[in-house]
Design a protein around this ligand. Structure first.
Ligand SMILES: [Zn+2]
Length: 729
């Protein structure tokens, strides 16, 4: 399971975008001009739609100073467009109300698509600062539209007459969707309640930005200082050099610093032989946000309370009920049932894995004549790695020469789409990205007609956030006459000049995953941009990407790309079998730590306003929530504790009450994989069926209905349980 923000680096809400990315702590405030009336300098690259093919943004002309005025002008333009709708004297019609609303905000979209992409992929202190500054402004901008009583009156009048308007199905759905968005945003509230709602949204925007900064600063501050190099036994010389440099950068010459990542688990724990140091790193990780300078307990309890208050204002018992109503899950009950069904077998599986490690610990103690100890969370990764090496004996260094980057991309990822969907790809070095390393491909349909553009930014950079994701610069829409332009981001370390770029199997799988999102956007064939491509609920969006991972190991695809970069020899079957078997290893741990985090998320958000814990009780609250759900296995802590759970607290909405979405989508992905395996696999006919019934639809139809139409039946959880090893007794 790939846990990242993926397609949702930027979420379109109306024509305003919801920006999700990391902000650096050392940001410098920059001057923003006062709200403009809209005139944007004609030489600003956002002033007009790009003239490049497919409206690819003109990156070579875009500078930091272009963003603030373009964002201001974009908001002003959309305000004027919406005012024009409400000033129409004649009775509301679809053509004089919904269509201009759907077309509004083009400039704002244009600039936000680039701004949010750069904030994630190639940021700088000015962009970070502007993002923090703009977040509450954009929230207020969206509210101003969705809480406009005159605009809502027109939408409501149309909605009430919708059956008699003679609309085609997609237009009817658009009207219904707008009505839902207005109602969910509070359009039906009395003026005093609307004012409170606006205040809540702005405060949430500010607090979640503060949380994001506190977590970022907290993870840096929690880095562990090591005085004696001997304690680092187990790390490679390169890792030790990195730790020495990290110390030097902090003015700690002659020492070593182990930097932390935002998850509970820390990668060096798999290697460090020194048990005391492992424990120190683990404790530094899980105590982040509890007390001290970067405490977040006050922020998260306040955020949860404000969300609960907002839900109550809007007529819902709690925030989760509000969020899930608009997801494919529909109710907290459905999510709880699903998580409960997975919890017991996942924990049982993790306990079996722990028992195997405990046997190893005991055997080693006996052999060395030392006292055995009980497996603790800081021991898990270290002994799991030993069990893995025992059972699946192979070395990453044996595998990587078969996964050369260009082969993986062209002969793997793109080849699979060619075999399955008949697509062809032409590299366009003349069409540039925001850095030299970005590669651009033009995509063509089987009949040779143009489909869109896809860019690949696969290398890691210090100014790029972690993980992997897909974003859109231009969304497909027949109304606007636009074809999709999409970007896939990975974080592959760049080797020194002249050396081959060799991937791990995990990176290969991630490349297929992200291209699944890209295909979802590229195949979009809808009238309205609101429904385009990946604009689907969060608990559905990971389905096309997770499913697309299956082609990484399909024998014909694998044989085509997994070749030794020097000799061209195919990867030996025994080696691939070992890699595949190892990828199933430690699934009890992975599923349990994920479920624990998903349950915490639900517990925070399934509570009414008066029922949110106090800051001092966050730790006890977590313990109770995990125990009640049966996932309180002390050796497997949640993937994120509440105090650094950025998915759910670092944005006004983010993945709040929606972290379950990854495994919810995985049911559909595993079921689709099973469908392909039982219907002839990699064939053009199968690819066409998936494209026609699922990937082309975006949100223009009910997504679950599209899945059922494709499969010819309801989703089945069986294949997911099977793939995660949750069926064994
Ligand atoms: Zn994804």
């Amino acid at each position: 399971m790939r846990l990242h923000h993926c397609a949702l680096a930027a979420i379109v809400l109306l024509a305003g975008w919801f920006v999700a990315a990391c902000t650096q702590p050392d940001m410098k405030p920059i001057e923003t001009p006062p709200p403009s009336t809209g005139a944007l300098a004609p030489d600003n690259p956002f002033a007009r739609p790009s003239e490049l093919p497919y409206q690819l943004p003109p990156f070579e002309r875009i500078r930091n100073e272009h963003f603030a005025p373009a964002l201001e002008a974009g908001m002003a333009e959309q305000r004027r467009e919406v005012q024009a709708i409400t000033r129409v004297r004649s009775a509301p019609t679809f053509a004089n109300t919904i269509l201009p609303l759907e077309r509004s905000g083009a400039l704002l979209q244009r600039v936000l698509a680039v701004f949010s992409s750069l904030a994630a992929s190639n940021t700088n202190p000015e962009i970070d600062a502007l993002q923090a500054q703009m977040a509450p402004r954009l929230a207020a901008h969206t509210d101003a539209i969705l809480l406009d009583p005159h605009l809502y009156a027109r939408v409501r009048s149309l909605y009430e007459r919708r059956a008699s308007l003679g609309l085609d199905p997609e237009s009817l759905r658009l009207l219904e969707r707008y009505h839902t968005m207005f109602v969910r945003a509070g359009a039906q509230l009395a003026e005093a309640d609307k004012a409170r709602l606006r205040a809540l949204n702005e405060e949430l925007s500010t607090l979640t930005t503060q949380f994001r900064l506190a977590v970022q600063q907290g993870v840096n501050a929690a880095a562990v200082v090591v005085d004696d190099e001997a304690e680092l036994a187990g790390l490679s010389p390169e890792q030790i050099a990195v730790a020495a440099k990290a110390a030097k950068d902090r003015g700690l010459d002659g020492k070593w610093v182990i930097a932390l990542t935002n998850t509970t688990g820390q990668p060096p724990l798999a290697q460090l032989e020194n048990r005391a140091l492992r424990e120190r790193i683990y404790r530094a990780s899980v105590m982040r946000g509890f007390g001290g300078e970067h405490d977040t307990t006050g922020l998260i309890t306040r955020i949860a309370a404000l969300r609960a208050e907002r839900a109550a204002l809007l007529g819902y018992p709690d925030h989760a009920t509000y969020v899930l109503e608009d997801a494919t899950a529909k109710t907290p009950g459905a999510v709880n049932d699903m998580l409960a069904r997975l919890a017991a077998p996942a924990v049982a599986n993790a306990r079996r894995e722990a028992a195997a490690m405990q046997r190893l610990i005991d055997a080693q103690a006996e052999a060395s004549g030392t006292e055995p100890f009980e497996l603790q969370p800081w021991d898990w990764a270290y002994y799991a790695e030993q069990v893995r090496q025992q059972n699946y004996a192979f070395d990453e260094a044996q595998v990587r020469p078969y996964f050369e980057m260009n082969r993986v991309l062209v002969d793997g990822v793109l080849f699979a789409a060619q075999e399955l969907h008949g697509l062809t790809f032409k590299e366009r070095p003349d069409l540039r990205g925001y850095v030299e390393d970005v590669r651009t491909f033009e995509v063509f349909n089987p009949d040779g007609s143009p489909l869109g553009l896809v860019q690949f930014d696969w290398f890691a950079r210090p100014n790029k956030r972690g993980g992997a994701w897909m974003s859109s610069y231009v969304r497909q829409s027949r109304l606007l006459g636009t074809k999709p332009v999409v970007l896939n981001n990975l974080n592959i370390p760049k080797p020194p000049e002249g050396e081959p770029v060799l991937l791990t199997f995990d990176e290969v799988t991630t490349a297929f995953h992200e291209f699944g999102h890209a295909l979802h956007a590229l195949f979009s064939d809808v009238e309205y941009p609101l429904f385009s491509g990946t604009s689907v609920p969060r608990d559905y969006v990971e389905f096309p990407s997770q499913y697309n991972e299956m082609w990484a190991t399909e024998p014909r695809v694998l044989a085509n790309y997994a070749r030794h970069y020097e000799t061209g020899e195919p990867m030996p079957a025994e080696l691939m079998d070992k890699v595949l078997a190892a990828s199933q290893f430690n699934q009890g741990f992975a599923t349990t730590e994920y479920l624990a985090a998903a349950l915490l998320d639900q517990q925070w958000h399934q509570r009414a306003q008066g029922d949110i814990p106090q800051a001092a009780n966050v730790e006890a609250f977590e313990a109770q929530a995990l125990a009640a759900a049966g996932v309180d296995f002390h050796a497997v802590p949640p993937r994120y504790r509440s105090t650094y759970f950025s998915h759910i607290f670092a944005d006004p909405m983010g993945y709040s009450a929606a972290y379950y979405a990854y495994i919810w989508s995985e049911v559909l992905a595993a079921d689709t994989k099973h469908w392909f395996e039982t219907h002839g696999g990699l064939t053009r006919a199968n690819g066409d069926r998936l494209r026609e019934k699922v990937l082309s639809k975006g949100f223009s139809v009910d997504p679950l209905a599209a899945f059922v139409d494709f499969k010819g039946g309801e989703p089945d959880i069986g294949p997911l349980l099977e793939s995660r090893g949750l069926t064994a007794e």
